[in-house]
Design a protein around this ligand. Structure first.
Ligand code: FAD
Length: 494
């Protein structure tokens, strides 16, 4: 026999609840621990996973395979073409290994919960104990309720409840034990599993060889890198986070979102380690930077709670149902210009080109381009949500959907629809010297001073034109009026 841990978006050995329980069970039963990961091309397709993200996961799996092998634990990576085959494949593998216990960490999206429901039933039929535990979030969905016993739809009171709950349950931040060594005969018994390779990316999600090299350098994979990155941030940058986090050129944020989303770093680990560098040893109080950063990691929990409580957000529905009937524009040229970073609004274009080049965008810029798509271009926010998922290396359904809902004013805890970002003011405020714009928009590199925020409007039209930089595709104040009218007319009843 053996005990199985099924890896999903929890790609690490350190501080992993499910893995730790699986290892303990194996030890208790005196049997080996076997780890599995299933690659599904159709799943990647269905979830719009970006090629850079697939590449990141596969590179991480290679590192994990070595780390686990050092403990005589095999990591078996198998491919299922169709995602619905996952439960039956798991069952047949487990039967062939004589497995009686399988562990995994929960994912909260509808498809994943349905898959697990199916697996539970199949495991019951076969007499296999199936245990899925909370690990992806610090506080499990459902734990925090308003005075009326409901899920919070507003962040601030939710956040206060989140902090109080963790302070009352310090075990939530406790580190899970790393698995120990498997029995020494495991390598003989399961020799084949140690030999198997991590597959290369499926053809529908493959980076070009040049990009593969580039992304490997830009985004080193695996939990060791995640841990180092977090450590550097905590010693060098977190203290000033509050004052610097909104400036995209400052490079002042942790850039660990890909790790939180692939699970190479647990949100729990991040919160615990940030708490430990705070003089108060609490999540709030003490240094404003530390408190602020923890509250950002909390947003991630918040959106997962929202998704779990209102699963229809997974089904192309806006959280605020009354926003279902806004009349959007259908303008492919505008959408294409937005995607390619050729709108003639330098801050928007710089942001989109950052995304297209490195699979990542600064949070302030995500808000700016999302607002620009939904309000200025008045295009359906779901087009933008989709494009983000297809290109972000840190794509995460709940955070992405939540961020788009916030910016389009259709989501939970949104900015009111009548508050519309002015891209030029955003640019002047958050990219004060135009450093971020010049970094990403080559055509504007030689534009000096404030003209970089609006070259055609501020006397740098000649340079912009010579370098082929487009004129603004829309006029902001007109767009603003149009958005106000359209939103007002479109909003129905709750
Ligand atoms: P830091 O500022 O260092 O924050 C630390 C961590 O907190 C992040 O790594 C992330 O895990 C979490 N976090 C921070 N801000 C948010 C937030 N607003 N919502 C949820 N979690 C947050 N984040 C994703 O991880 N995946 C997405 O697909 C995603 N899509 C977004 C789409 C839009 C339209 C918007 C406005 C935001 C989106 N975000 C998404 C949130 C945020 O932009 C990124 O998490 C952040 O920029 C990552 O950089 P960082 O690791 O340096 O963050």
């Amino acid at each position: 026999g053996a005990v199985v841990h099924w890896f999903k978006r929890d790609l690490r050995l350190r501080d992993n609840r499910g893995l730790s329980l699986a290892a303990a069970k194996a030890k208790e039963n005196g049997v080996p621990l076997i780890c599995i990961f299933l690659v599904s091309p159709q799943d990647y397709q269905a979830h719009l996973t970006s090629a850079s993200r697939v590449d990141f996961e596969l590179r991480t799996l290679k590192i994990m395979k070595e780390d686990l092998a050092a403990l005589d634990i095999p990591l078996y990576v198998d491919t299922v073409e169709k995602k619905k085959e996952a439960p039956s494949r798991l069952i047949s593998l487990m039967e062939s290994w004589g497995v009686k216990h399988v562990f995994c960490n929960l994912e909260y999206e509808v498809d994943e919960l349905r898959r697990e429901e199916k697996l539970v039933k199949m495991c019951l039929d076969k007499g296999i104990a199936f245990e899925a535990v909370h690990d992806d979030v610090v506080v499990q969905p459902g734990a925090l309720r308003t005075g009326q016993g409901k899920q919070y739809a507003v962040y601030s009171p939710w956040y206060r409840a989140w902090v109080a709950y963790i302070h009352a349950h310090p075990e939530l931040l406790q580190e899970s034990e790393k698995p120990g060594k498997n029995p020494s005969d495991t390598r003989n018994k399961f020799a084949g599993l140690f030999k198997g390779e991590v597959p290369s990316a499926p053809s529908n999600k493959r980076l070009s060889p040049e990009d593969q090299k580039r992304f490997e350098q830009l985004w080193p994979a695996g939990e060791h890198e995640a841990f180092q990155r977090l450590g550097r941030f905590l010693t060098e940058k977190i203290g000033r986070y509050k004052d610097t986090r909104n400036f995209p050129a400052a490079m002042s944020t942790a850039v660990v979102s890909v790790h939180h989303s692939a699970g190479t770093l647990a949100a729990r680990t991040s919160v615990r380690m940030a708490r430990d560098v705070n003089s108060t040893k609490k999540l709030d109080g003490g240094n404003d930077g530390i408190k602020g950063w923890i509250s950002e990691v909390a947003w991630r929990d918040f959106y997962k709670h929202v998704l779990t409580n209102w699963p229809y957000v997974c089904m192309y529905k806006p959280f605020k149902y009354k926003y279902t009937n806004i009349e959007w524009e259908y303008n492919n040229d505008h959408f294409k210009a937005w995607c390619e970073g050729k709108t003639g609004f330098p801050i928007v274009d710089a942001s989109m080109r950052q995304l297209n080049t490195i699979g990542y965008m600064h949070n302030r810029c995500r808000m700016i381009v999302a607002s620009f798509l939904a309000k200025d271009l008045l295009l359906d926010w779901r087009l933008g949500e989709r494009y983000f998922m297809e290109h972000l290396i840190d794509g995460d359904f709940a955070s992405n959907n939540g961020g788009w809902g916030f910016s389009a004013s259709t989501g939970v805890d949104p900015q009111p629809y009548f508050r519309i970002f002015n891209p030029l003011l955003q640019s002047e405020k958050f990219d004060v010297d135009g450093e971020y714009i010049r970094k990403w928009v080559e055509e504007l590199r030689d534009v000096e001073g404030k003209a970089v925020h609006d070259p055609y409007g501020r006397g740098a039209g000649n340079i912009a034109k010579k370098n082929g930089y487009p004129k603004p595709i829309v006029e902001h104040s007109q767009c603003r009026d149009r958005a106000l009218a359209r939103y007002k007319a479109g909003i129905g009843r709750d």
